[in-house]
Design a protein around this ligand. Structure first.
Ligand code: NDP
Length: 327
């Protein structure tokens, strides 16, 4: 079987970015962030490269940088790809928001990834935290200066933001020297993000959409209300194109010029999730799918909601902090 030839989008610094990224966050368990066992993730990433994936999304907090790096390295040694053929996105964790800490954190990520640059470095959240996870009041503009330093030193080809709201993105655009290339946010059937996506795109900022399957799938053992894999509206569209409903949902992001970040460790689904570039939805179908919107977030770290730079709406009963004592 031949590999899928994934199209690319052009960033505001003229660099190219593949139109789909493989997600590599393995979830939270009793012990904190779930780790890959027996190099499972490394093998998934090697398989993904065979199938045509060229963009990998990780973060220092996911603990998956090493295995991604190993997989890429092995595929380079094989002669299957060169470093230039793959696009690696990683993220700065909240405990390293002081300007000089950014470089230190990035160097650690580069060491894990076994590479001397990342294609994209994202600020994971606007909120800074101290080592003990108490709130730090370091301004994300200071952090952004550190991210800009990384570009100037060639350690990150592009920089961007994750989980920033519209006002926060606006401020970085206004006060920063380098315009963010990317904004990574939650996008799925339950949170269409019409306003933030159109704002970002109007500014030339490419949007990456995380948790793209939304309510369709059981994620980390949790099922959410909303359309499921056999939803009749989605099934009808899927049948028309000879695709599955997860493929329709991913294509809905692609057609909105959003880079989906589906995560899977299953070889069959890995193949399914990249077979998106031989069909497209029409405008009415995109509108119909937009209509599922419930403005519901799955990633809502309400335990941080009293932080000055918390980006989301506050809730009455914040959940317990899963990071404290587990990192
Ligand atoms: P996804 O929407 O990717 O859902 C993942 C789940 O869907 C897994 O349970 C997976 O199971 C299942 N799945 C994958 N493909 C299919 C398919 N074709 N049919 C049925 N089920 C399928 O959500 P995630 O929350 O995992 O997000 C994806 C990525 O986005 C993360 O890995 C991470 O890289 C990024 N992210 C970024 C965040 C941020 O703060 N910036 C926050 C959250 C995520 P299985 O593996 O068994 O196939």
């Amino acid at each position: 079987a031949s590999a899928v030839d994934v199209p690319k989008l052009v960033l505001n610094n003229d660099r190219e970015i593949p139109a789909i990224a493989l997600g590599t966050f393995l979830g939270f368990g009793k012990e904190g962030v779930v780790k890959s066992v027996d190099k499972e993730l490394r093998d998934v990433v090697m398989k993904a490269i065979d199938l045509g994936y060229r963009h990998f999304d990780t973060a220092s907090v996911y603990g998956t940088e090493k295995e991604i790096g190993e997989a890429v390295q092995m595929k380079i040694s094989d002669g299957a790809i060169t470093r230039d053929d793959v696009f690696i996105t990683t993220k700065l964790w909240n405990t390293h928001h002081k300007r000089e800490q950014v470089m230190q954190a990035l160097k650690e990520s580069l060491e894990n990834l076994g590479t001397n640059y990342v294609d994209l470095y994202l600020m994971h959240w606007p909120m800074g935290l101290n080592d003990d996870y108490s709130h730090s009041d370091v301004d994300y503009m200071e952090t952004w200066r550190g991210m800009e330093d990384a570009v100037k030193l060639g350690l990150a080809k592009s920089i961007g933001l994750s989980n920033f709201n519209k006002e926060q993105v606006e401020r970085v655009i206004k006060e920063g020297d380098i315009k963010p290339a990317v904004l990574q946010i939650e996008v799925h059937l339950q949170i269409v993000q019409a306003e933030l996506v159109s704002y970002a795109q109007s500014q030339g900022v490419i949007v990456m959409g995380y948790s793209p399957f939304g309510s369709l799938v059981t994620r980390f053992g949790e099922t959410k209300p909303g359309p499921k894999i056999d939803d009749p509206t989605l099934m009808k569209i899927a049948q028309k194109y000879g695709k599955t409903t997860p493929q329709v949902v991913l294509r809905w992001l692609v057609d909105r010029k959003i880079i989906p970040i589906p995560k899977t460790v299953n070889p069959k689904r890995l193949k399914e999730n990249i077979e998106l570039f031989d069909f497209h939805l029409d405008d009415d179908e995109i509108e119909l799918i937009n209509g599922f919107d419930q403005h519901v977030r799955y990633t809502l770290p309400s335990f941080w909601q009293n932080h000055t730079y918390y980006p989301f709406e506050k809730v009455d009963n914040p959940i317990a902090d899963p990071f404290v004592n587990k990192m």
